[in-house]
Structures are given as structure tokens and as C-alpha cells.
Design a protein around this ligand. Structure first.
Ligand code: UT7
Length: 329
């Protein structure tokens, strides 16, 4: 028997219907389409409207569609990991709620929080369960309802984020395909630059925290941008070097969609042409844990068995990382 690797064998995405355009945002805050497009590459983002809906609804839709595509029953799933920065509640986990909504009775479930790098961290974690031989069908779902923590009076953050979810199925592979390598990093001293100040154990929710708008995303954009450009490019170059990959060997760069300028810098550093970069920030903005699986979902038809993909992300924490995988179908 060959060495077991963990391979993505299916992918699906789900975004809500409502499109919040740059034009609509310009009626809400002092901004304009030209500024947003030139500084970020974003033209519109999706927003989940409706009472009582949360990240689990985005995630459950993505996973349900994945099961349908793969002709799988929910009770065949062994494990569900949900990467989210906007859980339905602090506890129980959103993964548990997704499992209940889709009736995945045999899966054990947990959330993984690594802000915008959560999907990569979860994919790497999930791959260990597969490689151990203990689990055969693992779902990783990245789901975020960013609109629930965005201040639509703050023009520096409300233009960036959107809602969405994507899910992949991981299964064992004996042909050497799937996840080949991962480099994942964290630096908690970055917490001052990108955070949500209240609602946790240090600063529990009170009338005061609500009045002070401390339940919204705070971002020092310039500082985060500086770290994101350097670290996402560095870690992507590092994983290529460690695996003897040149720009030509990479079929696709699958970057976290935070800012087109960060993505361009990463591709340049890797020597990967823009025609090989998955980019859908224009339509969805930054969906945090949704960005990478949403790209895989939209590009699925263009992928071929054996393609070398480099996934890369940077986010709050700070957290960042890169995964090198060979597409398995
Ligand atoms: O996914 C998690 C990780 N997050 C990221 O990777 C995001 C990283 N940061 C960014 O993407 C960028 O920093 C932003 C898109 C948030 C901001 O772009 P920037 O080019 O860094 O703009 P800036 O903050 O340096 O602001 C430049 C100017 C300022 O005006 P002055 O001081 O030069 O007069 C801002 O007040 O642009 C102004 N500005 C805006 N103008 C129109 C800031 N936001 C807006 C806006 N519309 N929405």
C-alpha cells in the first residue's frame, strides 16, 4: 500500500443572492467605486439578509451542495471542521450546528479559529486525520457572515468584507496526489492591528462596549497590508523552494482574497503569471474563511488531475501560511 495522502475530492461554494455594490456603499459612507476598485479590486460583495441566519446557514448550504455533487449521504461524513471568525454563537461550535442542519449524525465536529488563515489551518489539520488512516471522509468548510461584525459607518472596513462559504471533501489517496506540504505561521503580537475588541472574556459585552462599537472589526489597514504583502509572498516563495517548484511548475495560485494588490505582489514574488491566479475578489470581496474554497469551486472545471496548486493566506492573529497540493481529479 502506498503512503496515504489527503486529497480534495470535491468542492462546493455558496453565496447569498444580495449584491452590495460599490455604488450602494457610496450612498452609505464617503467612498466611491474608483477608490475601492483601484485600492482593493472589489466591485461588489454578497450579504446574507434575513433574521436568524448565520455562518452555519452559509456553511450548511455549501456542504449540502457538496454532498449532492458527490452523491454522498450526510451520515457518511466522519468529521466536519468549520473555519470561521463569525460563529453563530461563541459556543457551541458552528460545525456542530452545520452537522445538525444537514443531519450528519456520525461526524464529530469542531471549529477552528485562525481568522483569514482558518481555511488553510483547517485543511492542514484535516489532512492529518486522513493521513493517520483513522478517518476516510472529512469535510472542511470555511463560512463567514462578515456583515454581522462590519460597521457600515466605517469606510475603511465596510468596503472590504462580504459573506460566503465554501466546502471541500478530503479523502485518502494512494497515488501521491493531494496535500504535499504546508507551512503555517502565527504571530500574536499582531493582535493590536486586526481584532474585535469586545464580546470575549477580557471585555465581555456590556451597553458600554456596544456604544463604543467594540463588537465590530477593527483594522489598522496600512499595517495589516504591510505584513500581509511581505508574509504571504515570503511563505509562498518558501513552500516553492522547499518543494523545488519554479513559477512554471505551478498551475494555479489560490490566494486568500483580501486585496488584489496583496495577491499581485504574491504572484510576482512566486514568478506566477496573472493568468494562473484565481481571482474572484471583484465579485465577493473578502469572505474571510470562504475565499479559498470559493475560488476552488469556481475554477473546478479548469483544474486537471496532477495540477500543482499553491494556496496562500494571511489574516488576523497574525496568522499566515501556504499549502502545496496536487489536484486529484
Ligand atoms: O483579510 C485580512 C487581512 N486584511 C488585509 O489584508 C487588508 C489589508 N489592508 C488593505 O487592504 C488596505 O490597507 C485598505 C484597503 C484597508 C486601505 O487601503 P490603503 O491603500 O492602505 O488606504 P489608506 O488606509 O492608506 O488610506 C488612503 C486614503 C486616506 O485618506 P488621506 O489620509 O490620504 O486623505 C483614507 O482616509 O484613502 C482614504 N480612504 C478612503 N477613501 C475613499 C480610506 N478608506 C476609503 C474609502 N473610500 N473607502
Amino acid at each position: 500500500m502506498g503512503k496515504l495522502t489527503a486529497a480534495i475530492t470535491g468542492v462546493n461554494g455558496w453565496v447569498p443572492e444580495y449584491k452590495l455594490t460599490n455604488h450602494e456603499l457610496s450612498t452609505m459612507v464617503d467612498t466611491n467605486d474608483e477608490w475601492i476598485v483601484s485600492r482593493t479590486g472589489i466591485r461588489e460583495r454578497r450579504i446574507l439578509k434575513g433574521k436568524g441566519l448565520g455562518a452555519s446557514d452559509l456553511g450548511a448550504n455549501a456542504v449540502e451542495g457538496l454532498l449532492k455533487k458527490k452523491n454522498l449521504k450526510a451520515d457518511e461524513i466522519d468529521l466536519i471542521i468549520c473555519a470561521t471568525a463569525t460563529p453563530d454563537m461563541l459556543f457551541p461550535s458552528t460545525a456542530c450546528i452545520i452537522a445538525d442542519k444537514i443531519k450528519a449524525k456520525n461526524a464529530f465536529c469542531f471549529d477552528l479559529m485562525a481568522a483569514c488563515s482558518g481555511f488553510l489551518f483547517s485543511l492542514s489539520t484535516a489532512s492529518m486525520y486522513i493521513q493517520s488512516g483513522a478517518y476516510k471522509k472529512v469535510v472542511v468548510v470555511g463560512a463567514d457572515k462578515m456583515s454581522s461584525i462590519v460597521d457600515y459607518e466605517d469606510r475603511t472596513t465596510c468596503i472590504i468584507f462580504g459573506d460566503g462559504a465554501g466546502a471541500v471533501l478530503l479523502e485518502p489517496n494512494e497515488e501521491g496526489l493531494g496535500i504535499q506540504d504546508a507551512i503555517l505561521k502565527s504571530d500574536g503580537s499582531g493582535r493590536d492591528y486586526l481584532n474585535m475588541k469586545a464580546g470575549g472574556s477580557v471585555n465581555p459585552s456590556t451597553y458600554k462596549t456596544v456604544d463604543a462599537k467594540e463588537h465590530y472589526i477593527y483594522q489598522d489597514g496600512k499595517t495589516v497590508f504591510k505584513f500581509a504583502v511581505t508574509n504571504m509572498a515570503d511563505v509562498s516563495a518558501e513552500i516553492m523552494e522547499r518543494n523545488n517548484l519554479k513559477g512554471d511548475d505551478v498551475a494555479w495560485l489560490v490566494p486568500h482574497q483580501a486585496n488584489k494588490r496583496i495577491i499581485d505582489a504574491t504572484a510576482r514574488r512566486m514568478g506566477v503569471g496573472s493568468e494562473k491566479v484565481m481571482l474572484n475578489i471583484e465579485k465577493y470581496g473578502n469572505t474571510t474563511n470562504g475565499t479559498i474554497p470559493l475560488c476552488l469551486w469556481e475554477w473546478e472545471d479548469k483544474l486537471s488531475k496532477g495540477d500543482n496548486l499553491v494556496l496562500a493566506a494571511f489574516g488576523g492573529g497574525f496568522t499566515w501560511g501556504s499549502i502545496y497540493l496536487k489536484w486529484a481529479y
